[in-house]
Design a protein around this ligand. Sequence first.
Ligand code: ZN
Length: 339
Amino acid sequence: MRNLIALFACSLVMSLASANDPVPAPAPAPKAVAPSIKPALPSIKPAIAPPLSAAAQAAKEAEAEAELSAKIATRLAAMRANQVARAAAAAKARKVAEQRRKEAPVAAAPVVPAYQGNHWSYEGDTGPANWGRNPAWSQCATGTRQSPIDLRDGMKVDLEQIVFDYKPSAFNVTDNGHTIQVNVSAGNYISLQNRTFELVQFHFHRPSEERINGRGFEMVVHMVHRDADGKLAVVAVLLERGKAQSMIQTVWNNIPLEKNDTVAPSIVLDPAEVLPVRRDYFTYMGSLTTPPCSEGVLWLVMKEPVQASPAQMALFARLYPLNARPIQANSGRIVKESN
Ligand SMILES: [Zn+2]
C-alpha cells in the first residue's frame, strides 16, 4: 500500500512538474485528445497547491481515460486499415490466379469421354464431328481416305466404261433410321478393271454428299456393290429437280410405315432405270460415308445427274431432311474423270 501511495505521489509530482513548466513547445499529447482535455486544464491551474483536490483527481482520471480511448481508437484504426489491405491483397491474388487459369493452355481442359453405344446421327453430340469418338469408328476422325469429297481438278483420261449388268429383281425397302435403303436380290453386277462387283443395296442422301467443282445436288443415290473378296464399289447417281423418276416412285410406294421396319413387295424393280444415259464418271478411292467410315471403297460418281420430281424430293425430305456427311479432306488423292 505504501508503495502504491509512493508511486502515486511520484507520478503526481512528475505531472505537476510538467504542468508547471513554462510552455516551450506545443503539448506532446495526441492530437485527438486535445479538444477534450483543454477545457479541464484551466480548472487544474488554480488548484495546484497541495493537497490535491478531488476536482484535480477527477480531471487527471478523465485525462488518462481520454488518452486510453485515443490509443484504442488509433490501434483500432490501424487494425482496420490492415484488414482492408489484407482483403485487397487477397482479392488481387484471386484475380491473378483466375487470369492464369484463363490463359492456361487448352490441353488443361478435361478430356472428352469416349462416345458410348452405336447410335449416330447427322447433328449434335452423335453427329459426324463426333463419330470418330467411338473407338470402333476411329477412322471417321483419323482416316485420310474419307468420303465424300468435292470432285475437282480431276485427271481427264479415257476411263474404261463401267459395264452394268442389272435386271428386274425382287427387293425390299427398309427405313433404317438413317435413310431409306433398298436391298435387291442377287444377280445384279457391274464390271470394270477385270473385276466384278455385285449390287447389294442402294440408298438415298439429301442433299447429295459429293460435290462436283463445289456444286452440290438436291439428292444422291448410292448403289453399293461388293466383289468376291468383300471389296466395295459404290456408284453414285446425282438427282436434280425435273420429271418424276419411275424406279424412285416404286421405292417410295413401298416405304415402311415405321422406322426399322421392312416392306417386301411381290413386284420387281429394275435398278438400271435410275442410271443416267451418259455413263461418264469420276473415280477415286474413299470410304463409307457412315460409321464405321471404313476405307478402301472404290467410288464411281456419274457425271450426268438424273431427274426426280419436286414431289418425290419433298417426300424424302419429310423423312430425312438432312442425311449427308460433310465434305472430307482430299489429302492429295488422285481423282480421275472420263474425258
Ligand atoms: Zn450413302
